[in-house]
Design a protein around this ligand. Structure first.
Ligand code: GLA
Length: 402
């Protein structure tokens, strides 16, 4: 071969190789899932094992009727306890009493409302509630989920003994992709093996960063078996420090599902909970009974200005930029170049909290427009800083735009 011919052959060889690699990368059915943090509803926080076809359909109806669908909520997710056994072929068997028409019927109903369908399983031999887990059945289960029309799988970490977390979640992602259906993978490993370090690489779309949330303002308590921990809302928030850089479009830190409306906190505290989840660009998965929400709870869950902060297309998770005792300032960069800010009062008495422009990376001498996202009101122009009086356990949430 002449040198020039050899060169041309080499050139096209390299071109083919590069395009084969990029085709492989783009081929995954899961590419492009969860460009913003998933929004939806999940059964666990309110109903635990008390799930049924009727209840789930009622909840899907309420997502539409309440205006939550219009506000961006999409997924209706059944957590633990829908499954009871495996048949002689190893197929997972849904509870025939609670789901008399099977899981596809539930998925079809959810889809008929323009919503998406989620289920739960576990990487180990059994789920946390002792139902059959996915271990050894990953590909079989993934095909089954795809046949039912599942769009979202939460995959838990109970009864995994010596399993390697990264390998286990890579395995279920490969199985989901092999099913041919685009399925969001929610890694529920509680942060033990630092999933923020490998979750994106294995194709996880979100990963829990902590143990379970409980419906209280603060504090954290060990489970009855001595393992750690059931966390109050602020205990979860504190565990997000330092994790912001791991999140981005398609791969999110998950500080667990919302407790808004479950009665363990005041409405003021639930407003703080929702605002902090939005500034953290967290998945917004409601966990209350949507069929009979008080108007105050409805107004928190459907505040479109706060949701817009959470769903901002830049995908930049917010961070705590200052802390003075019980007064904290959390800030997040938005796509349009402005900032969203939460002034959080963790204390038991009202206090003034200030955000300085320099905490936001803005020059002090510049004036910026401030808008209150809970009062839905423009507050005017401020130079160098903005201060507000914040009630006990409350937040003031604003956008600040140069
Ligand atoms: C674990 C998870 C929870 C829930 C339960 C179900 O505790 O972290 O979110 O899914 O299991 O048993």
């Amino acid at each position: 071969m002449k040198t020039s011919t050899r060169f041309v052959a080499l050139f096209f060889g390299v071109l083919l190789f590069v395009s084969a690699i990029s085709a492989q990368e783009n081929n995954s059915t899961s590419t492009g899932l969860a460009p913003t943090p998933p929004m939806g509803w999940n059964s666990w926080n309110k109903f635990a094992c008390n799930v049924s076809e009727d209840m789930i359909k009622g909840m899907a109806d309420s997502v539409v009727k309440s205006g939550m669908k219009d506000a961006g909520y999409q997924y209706v997710n059944i957590d633990d306890c829908w499954q009871v056994s495996r048949d002689s072929n190893g197929n997972i068997v849904p509870d025939p009493q609670r789901f008399p028409h099977g899981m596809k019927a539930v998925g079809d109903y959810i889809h008929s409302l323009g919503l998406k369908f989620g289920v739960y399983s576990d990487a180990g031999s059994k789920t946390c509630a002792g139902r059959p887990g996915g271990l050894g059945h990953e590909y079989q289960d993934a095909l089954q989920y795809a046949a039912w029309g599942v769009d979202y799988l939460k995959y838990d970490w109970c009864n995994t003994t010596t399993q390697d977390a990264k390998a286990s979640y890579a395995n279920i992602r490969a199985a989901l992709d092999a099913s041919g259906r685009a399925i969001v993978l929610s890694i529920c490993e509680w942060g033990t093996a630092k999933p923020w370090l490998w979750g994106k690489e294995v194709g996880g779309n979100l990963w829990r960063t902590t143990g379970d949330i409980s419906d209280k303002w603060e504090g954290s308590a060990k489970w009855p078996d001595g393992s750690c921990c059931s966390n109050g809302m602020l205990a979860i928030v504190d565990q997000q420090i330092g994790l912001a850089s791991y999140a981005g479009p398609g791969h999110w830190n998950d500080p667990d599902m919302l407790e808004v409306g479950n009665s363990g906190m005041s409405d003021i505290e639930y407003r703080s909970h929702f605002s902090l989840w939005a500034i953290l660009e967290a998945p917004l998965i409601a966990g209350n009974d949507l069929r009979n929400m008080r108007p105050e709870i409805h107004d928190i869950l459907t505040n479109k200005e706060v949701i817009a902060v959470d769903q901002d297309a830049l995908g930049r998770e917010g961070e705590r930029v200052s802390k003075k005792g019980n007064a904290e300032v959390w800030a997040k960069q938005l796509q349009v170049g402005s900032r969203a800010v939460v002034l959080l009062n963790r204390g038991s008495t009202e206090q003034e909290i200030t955000v300085n422009w320099e905490d936001l990376g803005y020059p002090n001498r510049l004036g910026a427009s401030v808008r209150d996202l809970w009062q839905h009101k423009d507050l005017g122009k401020f130079t160098g800083k903005f201060s507000a009086t914040v009630g006990s356990h409350a937040v003031v949430m604003v956008t600040i735009k140069l």
